[in-house]
Write a protein that binds this ligand. Structure first.
Ligand SMILES: CC(C)(COP(=O)(O)OP(=O)(O)OC[C@H]1O[C@@H](n2cnc3c(N)ncnc32)[C@H](O)[C@@H]1OP(=O)(O)O)[C@@H](O)C(=O)NCCC(=O)NCCS
Length: 215
């Protein structure tokens, strides 16, 4: 039981567990950030981003500050749920869910990274499926969006695999270089047609109140 409901959210699939990012879990995940295992080649993140900070300790500090800011800003207009990805009881990455004017648009975005130690084993797909379950089943979203650089095979591969449809392109800079991003959208009807029955949610009613979705 947490006094702050977004930290008590839990999503369980047969392969992974996503847990509200408590400071205790962040401390256990920090070595992956310190060792540069959240980054990738080619660089996957829009500027500015904490993973590009060269000094390991400062990188960890910037990463933590971003999460704490996200926690503190949570409210009906904007929210970001930060969840730690657990595999066999060990933290290996993060999967976030983001809502802007969610009560008006019922649309979410997601963001994730996984330690380079455990990529290409299907975990990225499983954690996205888990967060989509929270969005559509737990929070009644109508649409989920995603965006990734055109050369980000992992993120774009996951969107394609999970039934998202292409939704245009957008320019951004990555480490100072212009990069074209691919945008994706997944409609509730498509998610519902492929809905999984082996994913369970916990802590959602209290979190809905904290996000301003329920009185
Ligand atoms: C994106 C990320 C979470 C994907 O996690 P993952 O566990 O490696 O992904 P999966 O194993 O589920 O792979 C999903 C699909 O992408 C493909 N894929 C993943 N990485 C790939 C790569 N480097 N090259 C080619 N294909 C790749 C997989 O083969 C799979 O395709 P399939 O469905 O046809 O089998 C991980 O690569 C990562 O953390 N990258 C750095 C951070 C990042 O890019 N975040 C997104 C920013 S927008």
């Amino acid at each position: 039981m947490s006094i702050y409901p977004p930290l008590a959210v839990r999503i369980t699939t047969p392969e992974v567990e996503l847990l509200g990012a408590t400071d205790e879990l962040l401390e256990r995940l920090a070595p992956h950030v310190r060792d540069g295992k959240a980054d990738d080649d080619p660089p996957p993140y829009d500027d500015p981003f904490w993973a590009y900070e060269p000094d390991p300790e400062r990188r960890v500090h910037r990463w933590l500050q971003g999460i704490w800011r996200g926690r503190g800003r949570t409210g009906p207009e904007n929210w970001r749920l930060h969840l730690v990805v657990m595999v066999d009881g060990e933290p290996v990455g993060m999967q976030d869910l983001i809502g802007h004017d969610f009560t008006t648009f019922a649309t979410v975005e997601s963001f994730s990274w996984l330690s380079s130690d455990v990529r290409r084993r299907g975990i990225g797909s499983e954690m996205r499926a888990a967060i989509l379950h929270l969005a559509f089943d737990g929070l009644d979203a109508e649409e989920a969006g995603s965006e990734a650089n055109a050369d980000n095979a992992g993120s774009n591969g996951i969107s394609q695999r999970l039934g998202y449809e292409p939704n245009g392109t957008a320019w951004a800079t990555c480490r100072g270089e212009p990069v074209l991003g691919r945008r994706w959208r997944l409609l509730r009807s498509v998610w519902a047609a492929n809905r999984r029955d082996d994913i369970s949610l916990s802590g959602v009613p209290e979190c809905r109140v904290a996000l301003g979705l329920d009185p």
